[in-house]
Design a protein around this ligand. Structure first.
Ligand code: ZN
Ligand code: ZN
Length: 265
């Protein structure tokens, strides 16, 4: 049994695969028994995601605004109190995010991204719920803010779709965070990432698709879907030289240890 720890079931790009119910059924057919559909914009997609989660067993969601979209988000939706309220009011909300810093696309000013990141971290600490971190080309600021806000607190979470430096992986592990690998790890040119993957302790690894983006080999370039997390998991099991059943159990146990609000039905 696999769990896709990060996908976007409401994304326009995934619509060609069918309705969320159809995509979830496809995944279940190949042993992907659960997934988290991750929020990128509190104001205009949280309710859609919550409905998808409420309508299906073993589908959970998060609440948060992506660093790309911080400049578009209403100030009050980004407040710590508002995020905490949404977490507390809904059993299916098991994480806060995705939040973080993206200096690669630079869609929102750095200062605004940093403020939003800090608010999300404070909400995680206050609600005692894990955080989903998105970071690109911002290793130093990401680690700095996580430390400034989170050191000595109950902060936990995952570095999603990990593609940063070994240094940031180390920093995150040191702070008790998990590292999640997407289809990128299957790409031909991803040798450095595979080297990093080999250094992560088994009890800190998660797998995800980030669907509809980043489909793994052999679907590279096509629209991704949660069913393909099984391909990513099998690829990593091979890399580690263990059976896919063992690796599926490891990553599934990790998921439920981190996202403790998620209950399997
Ligand atoms: Zn992301
Ligand atoms: Zn994402």
């Amino acid at each position: 049994m696999w769990i896709d720890s990060h996908c976007h079931l409401n994304h326009p790009g995934i619509k060609e695969k069918g309705s969320p119910s159809k995509i979830i059924a496809n995944a279940k057919k190949v042993g992907v028994s659960g997934m988290m559909t991750v929020c990128c914009r509190i104001s205009n997609e949280f309710n859609t995601l919550l409905n998808i989660a409420n309508e299906h067993d073993n589908i959970w969601c998060s609440v948060g605004t992506h660093p790309h979209d911080t400049k578009l988000e209403e100030e009050k939706k980004l407040s710590q109190e508002h995020i905490v309220d949404l977490v507390k009011a809904n059993d299916k909300v098991i994480a806060i995010g995705e939040t973080g810093l993206d200096y690669f696309y630079d869609n929102s000013p750095h200062e605004q991204q940093q403020q939003s990141f800090r608010k999300h971290i404070r909400a995680c600490i206050s609600a005692d719920i894990p955080m989903i971190v998105h970071t690109r080309n911002a290793d130093e600021d990401t680690a700095k803010i996580m430390r400034e806000e989170g050191e000595g607190t109950n902060l936990s979470g995952v570095m999603h779709c990990f593609s940063s430096s070994p240094w940031l992986a180390d920093q995150a592990l040191d702070m008790g965070f998990y590292i999640s690998f997407s289809g990128i790890v299957t790409f031909n040119k991803a040798d450095e990432l595979r080297q990093i993957a080999k250094l992560i302790p088994f009890d800190r690894i998660l797998v995800e698709t980030d669907a509809p983006f980043l489909a793994p080999v052999p679907y590279r370039g096509k629209v991704n879907e949660p069913a393909y997390v099984a391909n990513i998991g099998e690829f990593l099991a091979d890399l580690y030289g263990i059976s896919k059943e063992e690796f599926a159990k490891i990553t599934t146990d990790n998921f439920f240890r981190l996202f403790k609000k998620a209950k399997l039905i």
